[in-house]
Design a protein around this ligand. Structure first.
Ligand SMILES: [Zn+2]
Length: 340
């Protein structure tokens, strides 16, 4: 008994985080989201070089493909390896056979020069024909000039902006600061601390597992009138599991909730990366119906076809050697962890 669906879409990923697993513990236990950023992610991203970025993207893309996710909307930051980083990620995903929409997360964390270089990386990649968006880390790490420059660049290039919005309490000013800038093609990751009636334009990217892991709260996305889509925020690429969690968290605050709502959030991914609708995933389970999937663990793809090519069959990717990708990624993880 098998069933076929289009390729699934992860609308908010950080492929660079694939090598974070097993990293040394931070010097001090983080006690809030800001400290998680400072002690874990902002130390990790500063240590990345292009070779690490390449193998983290290969591993992240492979793991996504193995779960029937054929399109990733990535948000990247590597302050000491900015130039060329998006091309490295795009090439790695192409090698595995997974679609990717790249963005470099512009920030003033490393001063105006760092922000300028981030903007230029977005511009360079997009003007060269790369599939992407203009990335911004978050309003709370950017000056007004930087937010305006990113919004302007995106508008000039005819793409949206991919930005974290009100993920933690430290970014509650985002709704006001971004109010005049957003457009319908913006991707607003998290929105945990956005007011119900925020007037930002764009799609809210809901990442339930990450929000739980960071103890930032439940975004409760049913309260928004804007479209909602599902991402992992870098914790793998298994969108079936993310859907299952999104459903049960919704249910935890509303006993009348049905899996259809979280399934609609998953389907919004196809509005953001329409190419994935043409991909084909044959699953180990039938029927692929929200009420079944919500209560059925272990559903896995048997065969994945991307853009007409079979890229996963009989438990293995067809374009790359999974064992080799994992070995190389492990070597790069060791290099990365040694720098922390
Ligand atoms: Zn994120």
């Amino acid at each position: 008994m098998t069933a076929t669906t289009p390729g699934l879409v992860c609308v908010h990923h950080h492929l660079y985080s694939a090598l974070a697993r097993g990293m040394p513990a931070p010097p001090k236990v983080p006690t809030c989201f800001q400290e998680i950023l400072e002690q874990i992610w902002w130390r990790l991203d500063c240590a990345l070089d292009l070779e690490m970025i390449r193998w983290s993207a290969m591993l992240g893309a492979l793991e996504a493909l193995e779960q029937g996710t054929t399109a990733i909307v990535d948000h990247h930051e590597s302050p000491h390896a900015i130039e060329g980083s998006l091309e490295v990620i795009a090439a790695a995903c192409a090698e595995v056979g997974v679609r990717v929409v790249c963005a470099y997360g512009v920030t003033d964390r490393h001063g105006p020069e760092g922000a300028r270089r981030g903007l230029e990386e977005n511009r360079y990649f997009l003007e060269a024909g790369g599939r992407g968006l203009v990335g911004v880390h978050a309003a709370f790490t950017c000056r007004e000039e930087t937010l305006e420059a990113a919004a302007g660049l995106a508008a000039d290039l005819g793409v949206g902006v991919h930005i974290h919005v009100a993920e933690g309490e430290g970014d509650v000013a985002a709704a006001d600061r971004l109010a005049g800038l957003t457009r319908d093609d913006w991707l607003l990751a998290h929105g945990v601390h956005l007011p119900d009636d925020h007037r930002l334009r764009g799609t809210v990217l809901h990442n339930p597992r990450s929000n739980l892991n960071n103890a930032v709260g439940y975004a409760d996305p049913r309260r928004f009138s804007q479209p909602v889509a599902l991402g992992t925020d870098g914790i793998g690429g298994n969108m079936i599991e993310e859907f299952r969690l999104a459903y049960v968290l919704h249910r935890s605050v509303d006993v009348t909730a049905t899996p259809d709502t979280a399934w609609r959030w998953l389907e919004t991914g196809w509005d953001l990366v329409p190419e994935a609708r043409e991909d084909r995933v044959t699953w180990s389970y039938e029927p692929m119906d929200p009420w079944h999937i919500a209560f059925t663990p272990g559903i896995r793809p048997l065969r994945v076809e991307v853009d007409g090519e079979v890229v996963f069959e009989e438990g293995r990717p067809t374009r790359v050697d999974a064992a080799e990708v994992r070995t190389k990624a492990k070597e790069q993880a060791a290099r990365l962890h040694a720098r922390l």
